[in-house]
Design a protein around this ligand. Structure first.
Ligand SMILES: *[C@@H]1O[C@H](CO)[C@@H](O)[C@H](O)[C@H]1NC(C)=O
Ligand SMILES: *[C@@H]1O[C@H](CO)[C@@H](O)[C@H](O)[C@H]1NC(C)=O
Ligand SMILES: CC(=O)N[C@H]1CO[C@H](CO)[C@@H](O)[C@@H]1O
Length: 471
């Protein structure tokens, strides 16, 4: 019989990444009863609350909340991307200590079948922790919470930088179309993640990518049927470690908690596929002028809607959006009263549960990868409104390469002065809500594929098996 094995999982210090890490951990223990997992959770920036409330998570998954890392006094207030790099760096000692602890606990355990430490599974954002895994002389694996297309793009850029001496940040200032091997179509430089405009962040990301060449395997939250082209490219390059597409990893079980709330009572009263849902992720918020354009688009379209509207943090402050105390203060006068029969404006939204509701017929989204997966899973067409990081790219592929979404605006950048007009928004909403459109048909097909891939015989199911077998 196989000896029990222990994996140390380290999520990146971002709330969505922790959720994904938990999903991966659950999938792994569900598939191998000799597998034990310890998740090391870093203290999150911006005081984002994270508590592990769900006691239904397997007893073979153990969570350790790491102590807060002492910030380095010399660092100026870092930008978002550097903040993550610094946080990870500052947590190194705590991570080493936690693993030493773990090993000494299992040394003292009575059991004859102590799990051996089989490796570290590191969020891509924590790739520099390969050093720590090396100290324990165990292999490192990575997990990548976005998709294979982005991963392939990063490997491509990293080679251009390290072997071609090319400055990637120059691309974002050009109007060129780039031939990226993992993409079917040339990719306009304008859809490159805005982060590639920043030298320091680009350098960290490409450094992580370079570390990822030295590890034993990469788990990716995607599936073959969706990300075929990029996965083939990654497969055929022997300087890239084996890539295991194991998605879609979605937070579906926790959808039930919301039933019976005000939002769901309202949704229950709406006809099937009649409501467009607007939600822009945990960091998504808009200027007042932009909020007014969205409101006009909704009112003018006459479409039933559910709108998660968040208030931006005060200018110059690094913080998360919050809920408005008084929605009337930001919405056009009388909007709430006039639209009350067909619409509902809410604050924070239980997105996954809402997307699963039969009343939802379309989704205006920032196209974060996990939102994209949730929407496809539920067969809901997306109108893309990317806001930051890799979302422009996701939108580009979703719209242009896969035909799984319609476009509101592809090269919108958060904090830029671009105002997306009510007309553009309304057009996107109408297209996404089209009853018999091709997009809805393709999304339905992809929804079925995304469910099949996870069950026995499916591609992600087999891929996870291959990963487990080589631990
Ligand atoms: C990237 O890696 C190089 C070489 O190891 C190092 O000198 C540099 O400081 C790293 N940069 C960042 C931003 O991590
Ligand atoms: C909006 O409707 C509410 C109740 O339906 C009412 O109390 C309020 O006065 C109305 N506000 C405006 C501005 O019409
Ligand atoms: C699995 C996962 O990461 N789910 C997250 C996706 O993003 C939404 C918000 O954008 C989060 O609420 C989910 O937890």
């Amino acid at each position: 019989m196989k000896r029990p094995a222990q994996l140390v999982v380290v999520p990146g210090p971002v709330i969505g990444h922790i959720v994904s890490a938990i999903e991966i951990a659950e999938q792994l223990v569900a598939r191998d009863d000799q597998l034990f997992i310890t998740v090391l959770v870093m203290k999150l920036p911006y005081d984002q609350p994270f508590t592990i409330a769900d006691s239904s998570i397997s007893h073979r998954i153990n969570f350790v909340n790491l102590p807060e890392a002492q910030p380095d006094k010399q660092e100026a207030i870092p930008k978002h991307g550097s903040l993550i790099r610094i946080l990870v760096e500052n947590h190194k000692t705590h991570i080493r200590d936690a693993v030493v602890n773990l090993l000494s606990e299992s040394d003292q355990s009575e059991s004859m079948s102590r799990p051996r430490l089989a490796g570290f599974v590191l969020d891509f954002l924590c790739a520099t922790l390969v050093d720590v895994a090396d100290e324990f002389m165990v292999p490192s694996y990575a997990f990548f919470t976005s998709n294979a297309s982005l991963l392939a793009l990063l490997f491509h850029f990293q080679l251009l930088r390290d072997e071609g001496g090319i400055d990637i940040t120059e691309f974002t200032r050009s109007s060129a179309e780039l031939a990226v091997p993992s993409f079917i179509n040339p990719c306009p430089a304008a859809v490159l993640p805005g982060t590639f405009a920043d030298k320091e962040i680009t350098e960290s990301i490409l450094n992580y990518t370079s570390r990822c060449r030295q590890i034993k395997g990469i788990l990716v939250n995607t599936f073959l049927e969706l990300d075929l082209h990029a996965l083939h490219y990654l497969d055929f390059d022997d300087k890239i470690p084996p890539v295991y597409p194991v998605g879609p990893l979605l937070n579906l079980k926790r959808c039930d908690e919301n039933k019976g709330s005000d939002i769901f009572r309202w949704l229950d009263d709406q006809p099937s596929l009649s409501v467009v849902f607007l939600c822009f992720g945990s960091m998504g918020s808009f200027s007042e002028a932009q909020v007014k354009e969205i409101a006009c688009a909704l009112e003018h379209s006459g479409q039933r809607f559910l709108w998660s509207l968040r208030r931006p943090p005060p200018k110059g402050k690094i913080a998360m959006p919050s809920d408005y105390a008084d929605l009337n203060a930001v919405l056009p006068e009388g909007f709430l009263n006039r639209t009350a029969p067909i619409g509902k404006v809410i604050g924070w939204a239980p997105q996954a549960a809402i997307l699963a509701h039969p009343a939802i017929g379309g989704f205006v989204s920032h196209c974060g990868w996990n939102s994209t997966l949730e929407s496809l899973w539920n067969g809901v067409p997306i109108a893309t409104w990317p806001m930051y990081a890799e979302q422009n790219l996701n939108a580009f592929q979703l719209v242009k390469e896969l035909g799984l979404a319609v476009e509101i605006k592809l090269d919108y950048r958060k904090d830029s002065d671009v105002l997306v007009s009510a007309e553009d928004i309304e057009r996107g909403i109408r297209q996404a809500m089209e009853r018999d459109g091709d997009v809805r048909k393709r999304v339905k097909e992809m929804s079925e594929k995304s469910k099949k891939t996870l069950v026995e015989g499916g591609s992600s199911y087999s891929s996870l098996e291959r990963f487990i077998n080589q631990i």
